[in-house]
Design a binder for this molecule. Structure first.
Ligand code: PLP
Length: 364
């Protein structure tokens, strides 16, 4: 039985008719940049997920960039974040000239370790970028306590955690700004690039709205430095078709994860932990094993796709060699990169496919 790591065609075939109808309507109305489809999506996204308001943008990297602009990070400022994430988490810092400072992760959740975070604070620290990696909320109480103690601007990178809640609060509005990605592989994936920005602070939201459109509130009047971070009309139209399915897709991901958690019995395997402060929305289901590469090969022989997310932590990426943090700097993240492997998890997987993965792992 074949089990692909991810198959986007199933979801897109199922939604083909309403998606094409929505695209045709947007095309006929020439609503190409922002416009009613995007506004409808922003409203629906906010009400469905529990945000006071939301701004749609043209990728998940853009709202991170915008958040760094709003935070006012400058050259010489340090911003603490995790080394175990996708590179986009820190691009915004480099765009504004601030310095990413990494703090190691916890072994169980793959997220920032609040004690390591606290230890990384210096007089130059101006902010924190938290990532809710693989859909699992990070320890926000402890992280926010550090932020309050040192008056730091907190950005939550929720690219992988759409729909997740921390002690009942949707991720993204615990800190000062929250960011999402609608890259096609995400839990809520568009058909192209997309992202969103949320904030519980109205003035932060307003600033992001102006930055999104060239620092402007009135056409051809530019009060602040901005850029072009607008979402396309087509993307808004497609996301309006998909958003109503998100809750069911998330529930299915969680059911698959529960099946993996109950079924995988292989010796020496480490399964993702499920902290009581907030359930994962399982963008990834990532396990660890000391013989990870051999396990991957074994699964490939059983026609099971896997992926390495992430094989190289950020402090060991060439582009950040200048930060001077070599191997051994963040041992927990480095170990995760060396022994983690992500299993297939997407809503359209059948129970039989999930059981095939479990049996193959247990037979390793
Ligand atoms: C943790 C994280 N942050 C940021 C991004 C950036 O999103 P995008 O690819 O939409 O720019 C992604 C996804 O690609 C991500 O996984």
């Amino acid at each position: 039985m074949k089990v692909p790591f991810l198959d986007l065609s199933l979801q897109h075939q199922a939604l083909r008719a309403p998606a094409l109808a929505a695209l045709a309507a947007t095309y006929d109305a020439t609503r190409f940049c922002l416009g009613r489809d995007v506004e409808d999506f922003e409203k629906a996204f906010a009400t469905t997920l529990g945000y006071p308001r939301a701004l749609a943008m043209n990728s998940g990297t853009s709202p991170l960039h915008v958040a760094c602009m709003i935070a006012g990070f400058q050259p010489g400022d340090e911003v603490i974040t995790t080394p175990f994430t996708f590179i986009s988490t820190v691009w915004g810092l480099s765009y504004v000239g601030a310095t990413p400072v990494f703090a190691d992760i916890e072994a169980g959740t793959f997220n920032l370790d609040p004690e390591k975070l606290a230890a990384a604070v210096t007089p130059r620290t101006k902010g924190i970028i938290v990532v809710h990696l693989f859909g699992q909320p990070a320890r926000m109480d402890e992280i926010m306590a550090v932020a309050r103690r040192h008056n730091l601007f907190v950005i939550e990178d929720c690219a992988q955690a759409v729909g997740a809640r921390y002690r009942g609060t949707p991720v993204g509005i615990i800190g000062d700004a929250g960011t999402f990605s609608f890259y096609p592989t995400k839990n809520l994936g568009g058909c192209g690039e997309g992202g969103a920005f949320v904030s519980r602070r109205e003035e932060v939201h307003t600033r992001a709205r102006h930055i999104r459109v060239h620092g402007s509130d009135r056409r051809y009047h530019h009060d602040i430095i901005g850029g072009n971070f607008r979402m396309d009309g087509f993307q808004g139209a497609l996301l309006n078709v998909k958003l109503p399915h998100l809750a069911a897709w998330t529930a299915r991901r969680q059911t698959i994860a529960a099946r993996y958690l109950a079924g995988i019995k292989l010796a020496d395997v480490i399964l993702p932990t499920s902290p009581d402060y907030g359930a994962s929305v399982f963008h990834q289901f990532t396990i660890r094993h000391p013989r990870r590469d051999a396990l991957r090969e074994h699964l490939a022989k059983h026609e099971i796709g896997t992926d390495l997310i992430y094989p190289v932590p950020l402090h060991l990426q060439k582009c950040y060699a200048g930060l001077g943090r070599g191997p051994g700097s963040f041992p927990v993240a480095e170990q995760a990169a060396a022994n983690c492997v992500s299993l297939p998890i997407f809503p359209e997987l059948t129970d039989a496919q999930v059981d095939h993965v479990i049996q193959a792992i247990n037979a390793f």
